[in-house]
Design a protein around this ligand. Structure first.
Ligand code: GTP
Ligand code: MG
Length: 294
């Protein structure tokens, strides 16, 4: 029997549930999620290996109109990913008609004739998806398949998987069977810290935060992790720290518990909040923080 494999990008506007879907597809947490747009900033590979096939899902940042260099960087990460994959899944929110953002993405998809599946997410939120919503997306692109699903409940996830596998070329195993992601634990730890900040703060803070792991020492017991939380202004530093350090403490505790699940061991987590003035607009800062810039 031939083995099929390939890369499947999950693309779409911010906040439609791409990362939630990728986590559900691989059955574990490889990407952070939040109810704030622009949560994902890097491309993440998440791998499913089956007897007949291997699918490398590529979680991408939400494609949007950028307002600063960080925005440009993350949109470029998403659009560049389209060139590297065998198949694309356009993920949309089934509660909304297609808009200009989706139209923009559809135009990008038209740059190649790779198989493309439309997946309408958050189907758990509605009794039935109205036909006019399906139609508004179908007008944008001639999709190879259309799947309404719920990344949250898992409804129709298997159906999406089968549609993808059926369209992958014959190919090798790109990843060992027991490797679920290309992300290192170190990177994932930084993301899990950022996830807690996204969850425990609001307004401009989630977008103004970057996390950098300074030390990740697995030879120490408990595992020693030290991280910098960068914000853009002094006022933001105060908010992240909170009254008497209360918010930073809550972020640290929740992040530590999440990291321990991934590391499989006790962790000692040290967090430092630092101001890196307007880092989202600074090419050198972005590079230093690991973002893709030209
Ligand atoms: N009700 C419902 N909510 C969902 C579903 N999938 C995702 N969500 C929620 O939608 C929000 C956004 O989810 P993410 O997975 O972070 O979205 P994303 O598309 O990766 O967002 P960006 O990384 O910012 O582009 C979160 O609050 C999720 O819990 C779903 O199937 N049903
Ligand atoms: Mg995401």
């Amino acid at each position: 029997m031939a083995f099929h494999s390939g890369f499947a990008a999950i693309v779409g506007r911010p906040n439609v549930g791409k990362s939630t879907l990728v986590n559900k597809l691989v059955g574990q947490k490889v990407a952070i999620t939040s109810d704030k747009p622009q949560t994902t900033r890097h491309k993440i590979h998440a791998v499913v290996t089956r007897p007949d096939s291997q699918i490398v899902f590529v979680d991408t940042p939400g494609i949007h109109k950028p307002h600063h260099l960080l925005g440009e960087s993350i949109v470029k990460t998403a659009t560049d990913a389209l060139a590297e994959v065998d198949l694309r899944v356009l993920l949309v929110d089934c509660q909304e008609m297609a808009g200009r953002g989706d139209q923009f993405i559809a135009e990008l998809l038209k740059g190649s004739s790779k198989p493309t599946i439309l997946a309408l997410n958050k189907a758990d939120r509605v009794k039935q998806i109205p036909e006019r919503i399906f139609q508004s997306y179908k007008e944008l692109y001639d999709f190879d398949a259309v799947v309404p699903l719920s990344a949250r409940t898992g409804r129709n996830i298997k159906m999406l998987m089968e549609h993808i596998v059926a369209r992958l070329p014959e190919g090798p195993k790109y990843y060992d069977e027991d490797v679920p992601t290309d992300q290192t634990l170190r990177t994932l730890a930084g993301e899990l810290i950022r996830e807690q900040i996204l969850r425990q703060t609001s307004e401009e803070i989630p977008h103004a935060v970057a996390v950098q792991i300074e030390q990740f020492d697995e030879s120490r017991k408990p595992v020693f992790i030290s991280a910098n939380i960068f914000v853009e202004r002094d006022s933001q530093k105060g908010i992240v720290i909170g009254d008497g350090g209360s918010r930073l403490k809550a972020v640290g505790q929740a992040a530590r518990e999440q990291i321990e699940k991934q590391v499989g061991e006790k962790v000692y987590l040290e967090l430092w909040v630092k101001v890196l003035k307007n880092w989202r607009k600074d090419r050198a800062d972005l590079k230093r923080l690991g973002y893709v810039v030209d």
